[in-house]
Design a binder for this molecule. Structure first.
Ligand SMILES: C[S@@+](CC[C@H](N)C(=O)[O-])C[C@H]1O[C@@H](n2cnc3c(N)ncnc32)[C@H](O)[C@@H]1O
Length: 428
């Protein structure tokens, strides 16, 4: 099938059905044969989501009335994206996109007319887009307002970073090999990489590669995980003989890292509410040859799964808006709604209060989100500390991120990392 048509079908699922881009690609792309074509479909889909708010504004300037057919609309957005952002030759971008529009007779002429019109009017329309706030930074209006309200100084940089392509970062399984040894293996395979100075397990690749190209991936020598997420294990500071709870654990990246960093744990209990995602924890741990107790359960109702034995460490990597990982999942800008934030904030609060009694005296709870919003981060922790007299903050003294009165914030793109937040709380 024509790869532009495949990309339009993927995007329609996101725009019309609210499906995540990852799920839509998994559903549609296996139909595409050549690896090269798959990479092209992915590039189109990620690119259109990344620049959706700009491209959609441009489209509105080229049409008399909104286009109801979502597949045709997606195809035109794909055409505009190629003309504006890709190295595809303009005449090929137009003719190939028109060729993909074979659904109904009128679609070919419409796609052709809109794309040619854009080529003629490009300069004027791009200037208009620069004047329109949502189009200028390619974010939805509510999110622009939220980010500006929380971070007036950093907002412009955050919008830029959210639209950049993220680096690929590896986590070396230190229970099986050393970072130096693995760097040598990468060099032998001509994969350019550098160690991340402030995170002992992290290696940043010069450019992304498929995991099949990574030496020892199937044997569990290495995993793919952003540096920001790799900071959790060292912050949790787990010791031999301890009992650890990872309470929102799927797909298991941080659980695996904890086990890799401390092979002498008494036990790691990993809980997640989503059984299908828990299956992925199982697969990941098997690949890495690690063991944990896996429980499907609601973190906000520990009485349904807890055996009554306290934990020395709790990691709460809370369900959140994921606004810190927009650069990896640009469809978040299309799918997330303003009203989701208050719901997530309430869920985070419930889970925090519910798991707190499971922590032993002297034990540490690490709260983490991949968000940059204060409501999910420092305000959440401030409120928790105000309501729990036996809880005290353990400040995070580190060479990364920005210290806040409560916890530490990593802004997206800072030291090339995803946007993340950490707070460490001890039970007195
Ligand atoms: C940010 S992800 C966790 C990522 C994971 N810690 C890792 O490093 O791979 C949040 C997880 O919380 C889970 N979740 C959401 N609500 C939950 C609840 N009430 N109880 C337990 N898990 C929940 C989601 O299924 C999701 O897997």
């Amino acid at each position: 099938m024509n790869s532009r048509l495949v990309a339009a079908r993927v995007l329609s699922r996101v725009l019309q059905n609210g499906q995540s881009l990852t799920a839509a690609l998994d559903n549609v792309v296996p139909a595409v044969d050549a690896v090269k074509d798959r990479a092209f479909v992915q590039a189109l889909c990620y690119g259109v989501c990344r620049y959706y708010h700009r491209l959609d504004f441009i489209l509105s300037q080229l049409l008399d009335k909104p286009l109801k057919d979502v597949e045709v609309k997606s195809l035109i957005l794909i055409g505009l994206y190629q003309l504006q952002f890709m190295r595809v030759k303009p005449h090929a971008a137009v003719s190939e996109t028109v060729a993909a529009a074979r659904k109904k007779p009128w679609t070919k002429s419409l796609v052709n007319a809109v794309l040619r019109n854009y080529q003629r009017e490009q300069e004027r329309i791009e200037q208009q887009a620069d004047q329109e706030p949502s189009a200028a930074v390619s974010h939805p209006r509510w999110l622009i307002d939220q980010i500006r309200q929380d971070w007036p100084q950093q907002s412009a940089q955050l919008f830029l970073e959210n639209n950049r392509q993220p680096p690929m970062v590896l986590r070396v399984n230190q229970a099986r090999t050393s970072r130096e040894q693995y760097l040598r293996q990468l060099a032998e395979h001509d994969i350019g990489a550098t160690p991340v100075a402030f995170c002992a397990s992290a290696i940043m690749l010069d450019k992304p590669v498929s995991v099949d190209m990574l030496p020892g991936f199937d044997q569990g020598l290495v995993s793919v995980q952003d540096t920001a997420a790799q900071l959790a294990a060292q912050l949790l500071d787990v010791r031999a003989g301890q009992r650890v709870l990872d309470v929102c654990a799927a797909p298991g990246g941080k659980a695996a890292h904890i086990l890799e960093s401390q092979p002498q744990l008494n036990e790691l209990v990993a809980v997640d509410i989503d059984a299908a995602r828990m299956q992925r924890v199982n697969e990941n741990l098997q690949r890495l040859k690690l063991e944990a107790r896996l429980l499907v359960g609601d973190a906000a109702a520990p009485e349904t799964w807890w055996d009554g034995m306290p934990f020395d460490r709790i990691l709460l990597d809370a369900p959140c808006s994921a606004l810190g990982v927009i650069r990896r999942h640009p469809d978040i800008k299309l799918l997330r709604r303003d009203e989701d934030i208050a719901q997530l904030q309430a869920l985070q609060k419930n889970i925090l209060s519910a798991v707190w009694p499971l922590l032993a005296t002297g034990g540490i709870l690490l709260y983490a989100t991949c968000s940059v919003l204060k409501r999910e981060n420092e305000l959440q922790i401030q409120a928790f500390l105000a309501e729990h007299s036996d809880a005290a903050q353990v400040p995070i003294d580190a060479g990364w991120g920005s210290p806040r009165e409560f916890g530490r914030q990593i802004f997206t793109g800072e030291s090339a990392m995803d946007g993340f937040y950490y707070a460490r709380i001890v039970k007195q």
